[in-house]
Design a protein around this ligand. Sequence first.
Ligand code: SAM
Ligand code: SF4
Length: 327
Amino acid sequence: MNLLVDNYAREHTYLRISVTDRCNLRCVYCMPAEGVPLKKREEILTLEEIYRVAKVFVGLGIDKIRITGGEPLVRKGLDGLIKRLGALAGVKTLAMTTNAVLLADQVRQLHQSGLTALNISLDSLQPKRFEAITLRDDHAKVMAGITAALSEKLETVKLNCVVIAGVNDDEVLDFVHFVKDKPLNVRFIEYMPFKDNNWQSTGVVSYAQMRGVIEQQFTLEPLNARPGDVAKDFSLVGHQGTVSFISSMTDSFCGTCNRLRLTSEGSIKSCLFYGAEVSLRDAMRAGGSDADLRDLIQIAVKGKPEAHPPIEELAASDNRSMVEIGG
Ligand code: SAM
Ligand code: SF4
């Protein structure tokens, strides 16, 4: 039974856990070039604490967990955590979002430990442009990570591509061609505003625009959506790979949102764009029981807003940066 039902009858089955606020890239749309002030080690949940919280969430009805960050692969001991989370009865999907810089050497072990799905972030197929976006010269490592992930035959491998006008919007068709003969789903994501990420409304390339560009060359066939899906998914005639659009800016999906987030310092965020956070870390370190954690989780769920504010308000709000929240 799902016990994570909010005031708008939304059932929450999906928990995104940020395991670190650190990252080995500096994507300009995610954080300032100098990085964000890092939390002290003791402010971040230990792996044991993450496992304990995840177990409580699973007991309340979570069946899908995504490990994210920061960059999750920079967290020491991650594989052991994956093993323990994968062994939790009730977890059907154990996914990770990664920039793949460190993936090639780790993906086999992670798969063996129970990881079922990967989302790999890649915003450009061009090495020089990749460097201009991420401020690091790691394109070849990411491509090797993608190749290794594909040979591992996980349940799903997806590419996350944030499309920004004048930065990489001329590569939309290149990405579609890239997945032609690969079992890859490329997800084109609308550029969202976060603190200090230089967001401007002129940088947003809308779902409608991206779709229009692709439809000049390809026929898109809608795939069946599952409840809580945030992506609009399509297959393409003659293509093995598929494409999706995440239209957070122009056509938000708050009405069916089934997600909760746990930040690296152990706070629950019920909405990516909603400031209020409830700290499970403080409760645990004050000796709180699992029942206390369950109560706090319910407070966060019941406080979830019906929808996020309009774009103009989001851009002006003081929400944390994506790398801090956990994407
Ligand atoms: N470091 C990992 C990675 O890049 O895959 C995981 C964390 S990252 C914050 C999670 C996702 O958030 C990435 O796919 C990234 O592209 C996306 N993201 C970050 N900033 C964004 C923004 N301003 N708009 C849209 N997506 C963004
Ligand atoms: Fe790091 Fe991911 Fe943010 Fe890029 S998007 S800076 S890889 S956390």
